[in-house]
Design a protein around this ligand. Structure first.
Ligand code: MTE
Length: 309
């Protein structure tokens, strides 16, 4: 997702970006690999989530291994390459943590993460498709965002929802460099935010969410590109106008507000027609709305999704 001028484009862009990155990360060599090997990749018994119900909002596909989901990440607050978040977020302590829900609501509220963790939790297997051309199948644990929205009662003027991630350069070393205009901000239209598929995630593979995946609380919006699913959220604001997301601010020609997975609209740097499922060799065709069209397409009836990309 890095932003570069044409003069900066290296031969690496000609190689498939995933293969190039994997190669580059491999070459980064012994230091990173041994650091990763030293990581306690599986959580201990204390981090297992209990009482989680399996949801029917789930896809029946081969799960991406835990190790891939937790070592191949985009989390610019902890570095811009895929291996960095697992290493740099290792000592991040996502406590104490609250999320404030405010703006155009009748009852603004602040929720403590330890209270949210006691809400009824579901496991849902979702596809995640990144605009860079790779995808994963991830068993998330969480609850619908709408459970929060119902409690705060949006007013009639609320049309959009803005999500803000933690801004704390002392704890998030990537924020000491201006790769993005911090904090990370994303947004959804209110009906998208209220959609039953839109999940607030607190866990992965039945365990507490690892730091590199957005602890303690992140979004999963499975029909949109991965960047819409903000991590480490501290504020949710109901607003009248569409929020400007961090990616829109950084490169408005590359990232639109809606960011629905649309195989017919290429990103200027990456074709969107196919994707490489992590762990597979051959590419597969990308599906409109990442395969969730039956559930979500009606929300966009009559919209030109080339224009509103
Ligand atoms: N949220 C924050 N706060 N910072 C980020 O850099 N990256 C996004 C999204 N959420 C990002 C973020 C992108 S580009 C993707 S593809 C997904 O997180 C990756 O989620 P994963 O690392 O859990 O697969």
């Amino acid at each position: 997702m890095l932003i570069r001028r044409p003069a900066d484009i290296k031969s690496s862009e000609i190689t498939d970006p995933l293969i190039y990155r994997q190669r580059r990360e491999f070459i980064k060599g012994a230091a990173a690999i041994s650091a990763l090997a030293a990581l306690p990749l599986r959580a201990d018994a204390a981090t297992k989530l209990s009482g989680v119900k399996k949801s029917t909002y789930t896809v029946d596909e081969v799960l991406t291994p835990f190790n891939d989901i937790t070592t191949y990440n985009n989390f610019y607050e902890f570095g811009t390459d895929k291996a960095s978040p697992a290493i740099q977020a290792r000592n991040f302590v996502p406590r104490p943590w609250t999320v404030t829900v405010e703006g155009m609501v009748k009852r603004p509220m602040t929720f403590d993460i330890d209270d949210l963790m006691k809400w009824p939790l579901e496991e849902r297997v979702y596809r995640l498709r990144c605009v860079e051309g790779w995808s994963m199948v991830i068993p998330w644990t969480g609850f619908p965002l709408n459970e929060i929205l119902k409690r705060v009662e949006p007013t009639g003027s609320a049309k959009f929802v803005e999500f803000t991630s933690l801004n704390d350069p002392k704890r998030m070393p990537g924020q000491r460099s201006p790769v993005l205009d911090w904090p990370y901000v994303e947004g959804l239209r209110l009906d998208e935010a209220q959609h039953p598929l839109t999940l607030m995630v607190v866990g992965l593979y039945g365990e507490v969410l690892p730091n590199q995946n957005g602890a303690p609380l992140r979004l999963a919006v499975p029909w949109k590109y991965g960047f819409k699913s903000a991590k480490s959220i501290v504020r949710i604001r109901l607003v009248e106008k569409a929020p400007i997301s961090s990616w829109m601010r950084a490169t408005p020609n590359e990232y639109g507000f809606f960011s629905n997975v649309n195989p017919d609209v290429d990103h200027p740097r990456w074709s969107q027609s196919k994707e490489r499922r992590i762990g597979e060799f051959l590419k597969r065709k990308t599906l409109p709305f990442n395969g969730y069209g039956a559930q979500v397409a009606a929300m966009y009836a009559g919209m030109d999704l080339r224009k509103f990309f």
